[in-house]
Design a protein around this ligand. Structure first.
Ligand SMILES: Cc1ncc(COP(=O)(O)O)c(C=O)c1O
Length: 405
């Protein structure tokens, strides 16, 4: 029988990272602004921007920091209302609160994507900015969202923490809104333990974010635009904001950049393998009458390293029995709504004033399952995971179905 691996284990970091780290330890040059040029963080920013197709990138300490700086870069007034999906990680409403703004939650459907009717209704309630979390890499309808927001002049920040490598209608996720934010935290396509990056084509936004991230005095001179850009737009923006902004010191260290840079060439392979693995397991799960993996939207080509699926027709006791049976056979299933402290269940974001009820999102979270599916898994391991899940579903739901209850 195939042993099911610990799916929380990460892929090894490429050996080139060790050489880069050794060189840094030798020189002691860990701060991004010590070297006159070409510090690992600066090189990462240029490489990432070129890879994703944006003009500017700013590497920071986490995706949460990138989201916070995005809101600050937009210069939103205190108490501005920021619309976010009701299904995301607690870091997202937290970044809004941290920026002295108010999170407004919209409903998310059975397919884990923003409910557009609720989104549109809430957009007209004095919303100053939108954060779209492509939660677990599920892309909401970005054509509809951009049309609605552009028509009202509302800036969109893409939280692409889980979406590095996902493409929407030929465009890289993160490049569609005004700002895109990515995470390098361990359970992401590129793993530095911690880290994040913000991308944009807007010189003023990036200049503001760079300064607030901790580019004090004239350290901003070490940030460059795209190769061959002689417009002076970035320098002019830095000059406008010099000494005008607080410093939050959310910089990335050269050590993190040294871990990340050798993983960039691995990204396409990881995305390809992750998608193949996901679609293989999804097809198997969809053969069960008790499990349903929502389809991707038409323009979306996903980059998954986990799988989400809904339990069909199970009550809470059966849902718990399913998770227990799967866990007993080596597959840990998270059901987002079934623990008292899940950070992805909106009712646990009790730091939000007047936390609303979202019936559709709540119903989804009570039977939406989450299983990590790291890209290194092999076909026999995928078979074993899919078998455990379909058998556990049949065991939890089957007998009751058989008796017609
Ligand atoms: C959807 C989502 N957005 C943002 C974040 C924040 O990322 P980080 O841990 O890099 O701050 C996370 C964390 O996993 C996340 O799941």
């Amino acid at each position: 029988m195939t042993r099911i691996p610990n799916v929380h284990d990460a892929e090894p970091i490429p050996p080139a990272a060790r050489e880069a780290i050794d060189a840094l330890l030798q020189s002691g040059d860990l701060f991004r602004y010590t070297a006159p040029q070409d510090a690992p963080v600066a090189l990462l920013e240029r490489e990432f921007a070129d890879m994703i197709g944006s003009k500017y990138a700013l590497a920071v300490s986490s995706c949460s920091a990138a989201l916070f700086l995005s809101l600050k870069a937009l210069d939103l007034p205190r108490d501005a209302r920021v619309l976010i999906p009701g299904f995301t990680f607690a870091a997202v409403p937290s970044s809004v609160v941290h920026a002295d703004c108010q999170p407004v939650l919209c409903e998310v459907g059975e397919n884990y994507r923003v409910n557009l009717a609720d989104f549109e209704a809430k957009l007209d309630q004095d919303i100053a900015a939108v954060i779209i979390s492509h939660m677990r890499g599920h892309t909401s309808d970005m054509d509809a969202i951009m049309a609605l927001c552009d028509a009202r002049g509302i800036p969109v920040i893409e939280d692409a923490a889980h979406s590095l490598g996902t493409v929407w209608d030929g465009k890289n996720i993160g490049t569609i809104g005004k700002i895109g934010c990515f995470s390098f935290q361990s359970y992401k396509m590129i793993n530095a333990g911690e880290g994040g990056i913000l991308i944009t084509d807007d010189a003023d936004l990036v200049a503001r974010a760079v300064i607030m991230s901790g580019a004090y005095e004239h350290n901003w001179k070490k940030h460059k635009g795209p190769h061959g850009d002689n417009t002076g737009a970035l320098e002019a923006a830095f000059a406008r904001w010099q000494n005008q902004l607080p410093l939050y010191n959310l910089r990335m260290s050269n050590l993190s950049a040294a871990v990340i840079r050798p993983q960039l060439p691995e990204l396409l392979r990881r995305v390809r393998d992750g998608r193949t693995n996901h679609d293989y397991v999804a097809a198997k799960l969809n053969t069960s009458p008790f499990l349903s993996v929502p389809d991707p939207l038409g323009p979306e080509v996903r980059a998954p390293d986990s799988i989400q699926f809904n339990l069909v027709g199970m009550d809470e006791a059966q849902t718990r029995a399913f998770a227990e049976a799967a866990g007993a056979n080596g597959v840990k299933v998270q059901i987002f709504g079934l623990s008292t402290d899940n950070a992805r269940a909106f009712w646990n974001w009790q730091f939000i004033q007047d936390l609303p009820e979202l019936p559709q999102t709540r119903a989804m979270l009570m039977h939406a399952c989450d299983v990590r599916l790291p890209v290194y898994l092999k076909p026999d391991q995928l078979d074993a995971i899919a078998d455990v899940l379909t058998s556990a579903a049949a065991a939890a739901a089957g007998p009751l179905r058989a008796y017609g209850t």
